[in-house]
Design a protein around this ligand. Structure first.
Ligand code: NAD
Ligand code: GLY
Length: 360
């Protein structure tokens, strides 16, 4: 088992990464303080892994909430069902909420833990690659509002993140690729050696090789933990984790949520950010092509939708929450493995990027 630490003073916590951790009772029991647990999961993950987790925790009072599957259910209404269970089963302030699922479940369960009786303990057991390398680490929790994604929520750190690589065996290939987009992101923003490792190991990752996946999750979590440890509430450095996301959010919104997976939109968005970085002279054309080729090998889209005009991009990027004081701010590359947040954007170059990255 690999062990990392997110360093946040009295809110520090471990990330455990390994195979078959879901049956590791000792690991969970060390973290759970009281006698009650509430497992929050969804209708896809429950039939696969809920019983195994309940067996591991058989000494506790266990209650469960099975949410409907999908981003469209990441709403305040559905979220409030978690409290119906917590209250009707009389969970007290020493209960522990356990998220068993992907990012949707993790974000909703974390926000419920942050809110129930003003905050109870929370454990993340991420079951998608994306949630193992991104959403389970760093304490961003919340739900969507009809007027914006992730607009209601809280920073609330878990007590433990337990990434059990064996749970990825059932993950659909498209979801695995979506997780790889965020993994490739770490290589680009802060770890050029890792980017080279990914170029050499992408095929093993695509085949679900446990050793390769364990290494990639560990290295990604190390990179994220470092950034979160320096800037928990995104007052500066943490924004670099959004490489490709401003372009990606525009694609997700224009195409309707659910048609493009988040990781797919981020992949096309990272190509756009890399293309603009190349136009600014920050990376070479060879490096731009390396980025595109790696994403293609991960079976991710590298072009924006043919039907998205410059004006649609600009208008959707203008309402993105990362725009401050009316100025467009983008995460761009300064070099391979180094990102910056800048509002010094040349509109003509940006339009060239839109044109170059649009599907024919
Ligand atoms: P998801 O939670 O919707 O999971 C993707 C699909 O895989 C779902 O259908 C799910 O039921 C299924 N699934 C999950 N685990 C499985 C398994 N082991 N086997 C088979 N199927 C499985 O999507 P996601 O990509 O994990 O997360 C996306 C969400 O995460 C978005 O809501 C996004 O806003 C959020 N997010 C949050 C952060 C953060 O920092 N909090 C960061 C990135 C993304
Ligand atoms: N996924 C971006 C962040 O955690 O800040």
């Amino acid at each position: 088992m690999q062990l990392l630490q997110v360093e946040l003073a009295d809110r520090s916590y471990p990330i455990c990464i390994g195979d078959d951790l879901i049956s590791n009772a000792g690991l969970l029991k060390k973290t759970i303080q009281g006698r009650q647990v509430c497992i929050v999961t969804n209708s896809v993950v429950a039939p696969l892994y809920l019983e195994a987790l309940k067996k591991t925790l058989s000494d506790y009072q266990i209650d469960q909430v099975i949410l409907p599957d999908g981003e469209k259910y990441k709403t305040l209404d559905v979220w409030s069902k978690i409290f119906d269970t917590l209250l009707s089963a009389r969970h007290n302030r020493s209960t522990t909420v356990i998220a068993l699922g992907g990012g949707v479940v993790g974000d909703m369960a974390g926000f419920a833990a942050a809110s129930y009786q003003r905050g109870v303990d929370f454990i993340q057991i991420p079951t998608t690659l994306l949630s193992m390398v991104d959403s389970s680490v760093g304490g961003k929790t919340g739900v969507n509002h009809p007027m914006g994604k992730n607009m209601i929520g809280a920073f609330y750190q878990p007590k433990l993140v337990m990434a059990d690589i064996s749970l990825l065996k059932t993950l659909p290939a498209r979801e695995l690729s979506a997780g790889l987009a965020e993994i490739i992101k770490y290589g680009l923003i802060s770890d050029s050696d890792f980017f080279v490792w990914l170029e050499n190991n992408i095929d093993q990752l695509m085949q679900g090789n446990v050793e390769a996946l364990t290494y990639a999750v560990k290295r990604s979590c190390e990179n994220k933990a470092f950034v979160v440890g320096k800037d928990e509430r995104e007052s500066g450095l943490r924004a670099i984790l959004n490489l490709g996301h401003t372009f990606g959010h525009a694609i997700e919104t224009a195409q309707g949520y659910g048609n493009w997976l988040h990781g797919e939109a981020v992949a096309a968005g990272m190509v756009m950010a890399a293309d603009l970085s190349w136009r600014r002279g920050a990376i070479s054309e060879t490096d731009l092509q390396r980025i595109i080729q790696l994403l293609i090998r991960a079976k991710l889209p590298v072009k924006s939708p043919a039907n998205m005009t410059d004006e649609e991009f600009l208008s959707l990027m203008g309402v993105d929450k990362k725009v401050m004081d009316g100025r467009l701010r983008l995460v761009l590359l300064q070099a391979m493995g180094k990102a910056e947040v800048t509002s010094d954007i040349n509109l003509e170059q940006l339009r060239q990027t839109f044109a170059a990255c649009r599907a024919a």
